[in-house]
Design a protein around this ligand. Structure first.
Ligand code: AMP
Ligand code: ZN
Length: 486
């Protein structure tokens, strides 16, 4: 079996993965800015990294997966206010109410898509002390300057000894920071410079005291501080969407170099964009679709509702570094494929071994691993899984067979790739869980019937009310008691 190769955006080539510490992986992925519901484009990036996380786990690595929540400091394009403060002002809410609401939404949506939670999920506001310390270190190291209560990173000075553009391959002249901040612009020595700390204008709600006055941290800083805090000054993998490569990740490298005098990340990984009508799915342009619209089918762009599993499968059919265009037809086609794969998984569960094997399982298994070892190539993996689907359907009608050991290996490998690595829903398990739940509720109904027969109304009411609190509604009818789940 081939070793794991990862496409490194820093070198623009595939490299053999060598972790800093044998058997361990440190991975940081930029999380969402929690000021609105996540759209399907955001979801794609997190699912891409979920696949990567899952494959590392499957290979037996111990992974520390850190994914942050940006709850302060992310500037909007056309004002000097950050996204969360703007939303809080418009909705007349506390910024932390906005943060809470959309963090919950984010978790809820990712859980539906069966994405594993990260090991650590740090927030920007939870790491202000560390961020202020980092600003001070960069000032002390002579690579930042203070103007009117804001602190900027001195890109030209940094570039004298280091390479600003090492990741994005942009020449410094082209690297005018693309986050405009109109009122702060004049404070900078050079337009390339970016804010480490911003002075808070009187109307700015999210503000903290610092040695430079009341303000808030620049967006790029939190990721430098939180990644190195939890993974070390040098760690294995840093990921995010392609759109974050510049300026966000370029600035992260500069900040870390300025603090610790070493390159922070060995492998930079960037997931490509989900497009819609050929354009990047994005919150600000309105060219997006929300997961909830997909689950309900309530969208003029959809002919029907789709499950999270189908959408996840649709995404896995594209390599994480390829652009993927979302359309009703494409997801409809993915649904057919998903159903065919899941049917085969179910058929396989009931298949008995034959005397001989008519199919080379070990070769097939190796091809599956080769695909994933080639920079997590899930579409090629899925093509191989469908080769197994064909064999399973032949076995079902007696036109192929597998001896005991081969059948076991096929089962083990197929289940591992479908459920553990691709993270497609384990229908059998969710059906099993719902059967268990029905069994328990029916048992409670029987106990309630006994209580009523004994005229123990207090107990019978308690059972009904307590179940209701848990979202289980009992209905007494002629045929006995039935229940519905809310
Ligand atoms: P944001 O909340 O805007 O910081 O974005 C959170 C993550 O979603 C980042 O890693 C972005 O790169 C990613 N993202 C935003 N739009 C898209 C898109 N259309 N396709 C894939 N990823 C995206
Ligand atoms: Zn980040």
């Amino acid at each position: 079996m081939q070793v794991l190769n990862i496409y490194n955006s820093l070198t623009n080539k595939k490299e053999v993965f060598k972790p800093l510490q044998e058997g361990y992986v440190g991975m940081y992925v930029c999380g969402p800015t929690v000021y609105s519901n996540v759209h399907l484009g955001n979801v794609r990036t997190f699912i891409s990294f979920d696949l990567i996380y899952r494959y590392f786990l499957h290979l037996g690595y111990k992974v520390r997966y850190v994914r942050n929540i940006t709850d302060a400091g992310h500037l909007t394009d056309d004002t000097a206010e950050d996204k969360i403060s703007t939303k809080a002002r418009l909705e007349k809410l506390e910024p932390m109410e906005i943060v809470q609401k959309y963090t919950i939404d984010f978790h809820h949506i990712l859980e539906k898509f069966n994405a594993l939670p990260p090991s650590i999920e740090p927030t920007a506001t939870g790491h202000l002390i560390e961020q202020i310390e980092a600003v001070q270190t960069i000032l002390d190291n002579g690579l930042a300057y203070e103007v009117n209560g804001s602190v900027y990173f001195d890109v030209l000075k940094y570039n004298e000894k280091e390479n600003y553009g090492i990741l994005s391959k942009r020449k410094i002249e082209e690297s005018i920071e693309n986050t405009r901040d109109l009122d702060g612009q004049s404070d900078k020595k050079n337009p390339q410079d970016f804010a480490l700390w911003k002075r808070a204008e009187p109307e700015h709600i999210q503000r903290w005291n610092s040695p430079w006055g009341a303000g808030f941290p620049g967006w790029h800083l939190e990721c430098t501080v939180m990644s190195t805090k939890y993974l070390g000054e040098q760690f294995d993998i840093h990921g995010g969407g392609m759109d974050l490569k510049f300026p966000h990740h370029e600035c992260e490298i500069a900040q870390a170099q300025a603090c610790y005098h070493k390159a922070p990340v060995n492998y930079w990984m960037h997931g490509n964009m989900l497009t819609f009508n050929g354009r990047k799915m994005s919150k600000s342009t309105g060219n997006n679709i929300l997961p909830e619209e997909i689950f309900t089918g309530e969208s003029k762009f959809l002919s029907k509702a789709y499950s999270a599993g189908v959408v996840r499968f649709f995404m896995m059919q594209a390599h994480y570094r390829s652009i993927l265009d979302f359309s009703d037809e494409a997801v409809l086609a993915a649904e057919k494929g998903y159903n065919r794969l899941m049917e085969a998984v179910e058929i396989l569960q009931g298949l008995e071994p034959g005397k001989t094997s008519t199919y080379e399982v070990s070769e097939w298994k190796e091809k599956c691993y080769d695909a994933m070892n080639d920079d997590f190539n899930s579409p090629v993996l899925i093509a191989h899984l469908f080769e197994a689907v064909k064999q399973i359907n032949l076995m079902k009608v007696g036109k192929a067979s597998l001896a005991d050991a081969d059948l076991k290996s096929l089962k083990e490998t197929l289940y591992a790739f479908v459920f553990d690595v691709l993270g497609l829903e384990d229908k059998a398990k969710s059906e099993g869980d719902s059967n268990k739940l029905s069994g328990i509720v029916n048992m409670m109904i029987e106990l309630r019937n006994e209580a009523r027969a004994n005229k123990d109304w207090a107990l019978s009411d308690k059972i009904r009310d307590d179940l209701q609190k848990l979202g289980v509604q009992l209905k007494d009818g002629k045929e006995g008691t039935t229940f519905t789940l809310n």
